[in-house]
Design a protein around this ligand. Structure first.
Ligand SMILES: O=C(O)CCC(=O)C(=O)O
Ligand SMILES: [Fe+2]
Length: 287
């Protein structure tokens, strides 16, 4: 089934997208002392900055700096976000709200393809709408990545092969290529398209769809000359909810293929095992 799509006519104003990239570039240009205020070892902190320049103890060495921002509920988290550049909070909050709306519209299409939702009156039962309601109130985590130019691009990776944990990641890349997805055993470069979003299926959608959708294995290669920025927005159910296969997608011909999982299980997994490829998802499968 579908692995990766790029959305173009998404209705999100171009200025919102440009501001997001522009303010991220200015954040990573701030003096180190300003950026490092947001370093934290607490994986659940509402804001967390990290740099490959002094995180050499990471088991997986990534050639990147990142800023992780919890985006939901916005009113609780915005005051924790960086206060510099001055327009940072406003630009990022606008971007997060617009993108959440787009995420929900894409989820409607996916749920419809699974026979779990429909836009017509008969299909709009409270039961069918429930999952969308949960996703609307669900987690939204932003990862702003900055991949500096790397003099030895063949010796490292911006990010090693992995799949994202949520339902869908909406990914914005600037005009420098670097993202690759694995398709039939080959690494395919996803060419940047201005003002478009790459939609990556995450592990939670694979679990929820009982394997009908597969999460996409992807990685980032580095560039010898150019700095690259990307913004990944991961969407899922609220952090404390269980993700499980939809009961309507389980029957004798399609037995339940995945165990229940929640965000705490994932955090525990990544803090005790080196995250590799789709290992976390593999650990959630019934064998
Ligand atoms: O930089 C990219 O294009 C991808 C980033 C990514 O995969 C992630 O942040 O999970
Ligand atoms: Fe990713």
């Amino acid at each position: 089934m579908l692995y990766e799509i790029q959305v173009v006519n998404h209705g999100i104003p171009i200025e919102v997208i440009r501001n997001m990239i522009d303010v991220s570039a200015r954040f990573f240009n701030l003096p180190y002392g300003e950026r490092s205020k947001y370093m934290s070892s607490d994986m659940a902190a509402p804001v967390r900055y990290g740099t490959s320049l002094n995180q050499n103890k990471d088991a997986v060495f990534c050639w990147k700096d990142f800023l992780k921002l919890v985006c939901h509920p916005l009113s609780d988290v915005v005051s924790h976000w960086p206060s510099s550049p001055v327009d940072f909070r406003e630009s990022v909050a606008t971007y997060a709200k617009e993108t959440k709306y787009l995420f929900l519209r894409i989820m409607e299409a996916i749920l419809e393809s699974l026979g779990l939702w429909g836009a017509t009156k008969d299909d709009r039962t409270p039961e069918n709408d429930e999952i969308l309601k949960q996703l609307d109130g669900g987690s939204q985590l932003m990862v702003v990545n900055c991949f500096p130019p790397c003099p030895e691009p063949d010796l490292t990776l911006g990010m090693p092969p992995h799949s994202d944990y949520g339902f869908l990641t909406l990914l914005l890349q600037d005009d420098v290529e670097g993202l690759q997805i694995q398709y039939k055993g080959e690494w395919i470069t996803v060419e940047p398209m201005q003002n478009s979003f790459v939609v990556n299926i995450g592990d939670h959608l694979e679990i929820f769809s009982n394997g009908r959708y597969k999460s996409v294995l992807h990685r980032v290669i580095v560039n010898p000359a150019k700095l690259r920025l990307s913004v990944a927005l991961l969407h899922s159910l609220p952090f404390d909810y269980m993700v499980r296969p939809s009961p309507k997608l389980i029957d004798d011909a399609n037995p339940r293929r995945y165990k229940d999982t929640d965000f705490a299980t994932f955090l525990h997994y990544i803090s005790t095992c080196e995250p590799k490829k789709k290992n976390f998802l593999e650990s959630r499968k019934f064998t």
